[in-house]
Structures are given as C-alpha cells and as structure tokens.
Design a protein around this ligand. Structure first.
Ligand SMILES: [Zn+2]
Length: 68
C-alpha cells in the first residue's frame, strides 16, 4: 500500500520524511525536467567537501563583512 503522493511535474521534488512516509512540502515551481527548485537543488548537490568548507568559511565571512 502506498500513501505516497508524488509531486506534480513542474513542482519541486524535495522530499521529507522517514521510514517510507515521504511527503513533498516544497511547493516551489520548477521548469520541466528539473527536479528541485534552486533552494533545494543547492542542498541536494552540495558535496561533503563543499559543506565543510562553507562551515569553516562562514564565521570569517561574517567578520569580514562586519569590519568593512
Ligand atoms: Zn524546493
């Protein structure tokens, strides 16, 4: 039995949930053939390396902005 309702085409396919109970909270529109909106695409395609770099760079960026 599947309670999963797939998002419509043209809708972001960002899924949340666990244990097979997924839902699609994002109602952002996407262009046909694209799975995720910009926001979620950034989350999906971010590599662990990139994530680590962003985390270590973030405080510095804030400081630089505050100083400027
Ligand atoms: Zn989205």
């Amino acid at each position: 039995m599947s309670m999963i309702s797939l998002p419509r085409s043209g809708q972001c396919k960002w899924a949340e949930g666990t244990g097979g109970n997924y839902y699609f909270p994002c109602k952002n529109r996407v262009t046909p053939g694209v799975s995720y909106c910009d926001e979620h695409r950034a989350l999906v395609y971010i590599s662990p390396e990139e994530r680590r770099r962003q985390r270590s760079e973030a405080p510095q960026l804030v400081q630089r902005k505050a100083a400027a």
